[in-house]
Design a protein around this ligand. Structure first.
Ligand code: FES
Ligand SMILES: [Fe+2]
Length: 412
């Protein structure tokens, strides 16, 4: 995001805080709770959003150099993603062409050759079959026809993307749209440094997990003792980019910036910027850290999902003005922050926030919503005028499945 856009956005946030207002979706909507428990819907979602739609599987920094690789098994396909000797990103089916053994079960690593653990056929990081053991005894083989099976992939705007179908196509600019593509490009996500990852597997439908990221109406209550010390709830800037959207949530440090020259304003110092990328990704920028959340439905239980979280250091997204004082927080003092100082988070801080906020509070509450939905006694949930991102997310996936939009709720 360009700096003039950042200043405009922060002025908009400050006005909201001063006026005690927030973004207004213009109406309330009813969301049928069946959408969180229906097995048929879950099947359609899986087919449409996860089997037949490009998938962000990480940021470029997760493959920092030639030979770097990561694996992924969240899409029903064992995937081996590599950066080859020339630095080119590839995604392969993580299965040997002899009899399908998995080539590596490591989550990540660095190697230019992959020797199959079953009978030692060997592949290069660009997928080429380099050699087979005892070729005379095995028999004649057309080596060129037995390279690793490559899935369509793309690397752009710092995103690593795979298409789960062999004949799938990925057009990043079409997927993101010009405005969002430019904005993500401005953040230079490709310049981040990978810090680490964690994951949460909980009893809530993947859409309830997504809903967690869609509003800060709950900050005062659910996060009243912790995250609320750092952030303003009840004020959210919201923008739509086709199927995607962006939320901006102000931290209390935004008040300090009122007194500082605007050229020193940097939105990620004073707000959390959350990009939702259709269908299942949340990218969170704040305090010189980028966190990427990928949310996957369980294939066997509608009311269960896994959230994969990757953390990246991003010094370049913060203010360039070194005179801005910074409170370097760690896992022990994150909620005691002195908010007159710019906050600097590290991996421990991020993981502490995820554990204490997402795991213990958001997803805990999400499991209660899931139980209510599963009881069959609560027909619908209500999305307020102050929850436009929830309205957008749900209406969006419904449109993609050719379901009618959510019904308006009218009082009286
Ligand atoms: S399955 Fe890989 S070498 Fe046999
Ligand atoms: Fe929350």
């Amino acid at each position: 995001m360009k700096q003039d856009q950042q200043i405009e956005l922060m002025q908009y946030m400050l006005k909201m805080i001063d006026d005690d207002s927030t973004e207004d979706a213009g109406q309330l909507l009813k969301n049928p709770t069946s959408s969180y428990v229906c097995k048929d819907l879950a099947e359609r979602e899986w087919t449409t959003f996860f089997e037949n739609h490009p998938q962000v599987i990480g940021l470029s920094a997760e493959l920092p150099e030639p030979g770097s690789f990561i694996t992924n098994s969240d899409l029903g396909i064992p995937i081996l993603a590599t950066r080859d000797k020339d630095g080119v990103f590839h995604t392969f089916v993580n299965a040997c062409r002899h009899r399908g053994a998995v080539l590596t079960e490591a989550e990540s690593g660095k190697q230019h050759r992959f020797a199959c653990p079953f009978h030692a056929w060997t592949y290069a990081s660009d997928g080429q079959l380099l050699g087979i053991r005892e070729p005379k005894k095995f028999g004649e083989l057309e080596k060129n026809c037995h390279h690793l099976i490559e899935l369509p992939s793309a690397e752009k705007y710092g995103l690593l993307v795979v298409h789960p179908q062999l004949d799938g196509t990925i057009d990043m600019d079409e997927l993101l749209g010009a405005e969002l593509a430019e904005q993500l490009g401005d953040w230079k996500l490709g310049q981040t440094t990978y810090l680490g990852k964690s994951s949460l597997e909980r009893n809530l439908n993947w859409k309830i997990a997504n809903d967690t990221f869609g509003e800060n109406y709950h900050f005062h209550t659910l996060h009243g003792k912790r995250l609320n010390n750092l952030f303003y709830g009840d004020a959210t800037a919201y923008s739509e980019y086709g199927r995607h959207h962006r939320l901006t949530l102000p931290s209390r440090y935004i008040d300090v910036l009122r007194e500082r020259p605007k050229k020193q304003w940097n939105v990620t110092d004073a707000c959390v910027v959350v990009y939702y990328l259709f269908p299942n990704v949340q990218i969170v920028l704040a305090n010189r850290v980028v966190s990427v959340f990928r949310i996957y439905p369980s294939r066997t239980e509608v009311g269960r999902s896994t959230t994969r979280i990757s953390y990246f250091e991003a010094q370049h997204i913060g203010s360039e003005f070194a005179d801005a004082p910074a409170a370097k927080l760690d896992g022990d003092n994150v909620y005691d922050a002195n908010v007159v100082e710019r906050l600097e988070f590290n991996l421990e801080t991020q993981i502490e926030i995820i554990n204490s906020t997402l795991d213990e509070e958001d997803y805990y509450m999400g499991e209660k919503s899931q139980e209510a939905a599963a009881s069959g006694k609560v027909e619908h949930f209500i999305f307020g005028r102050n929850e436009p991102a929830l309205q957008h997310f749900h209406n969006n996936y419904r449109a993609a499945l050719e379901l009618p939009p959510l019904e308006a709720y009218r009082a009286g």
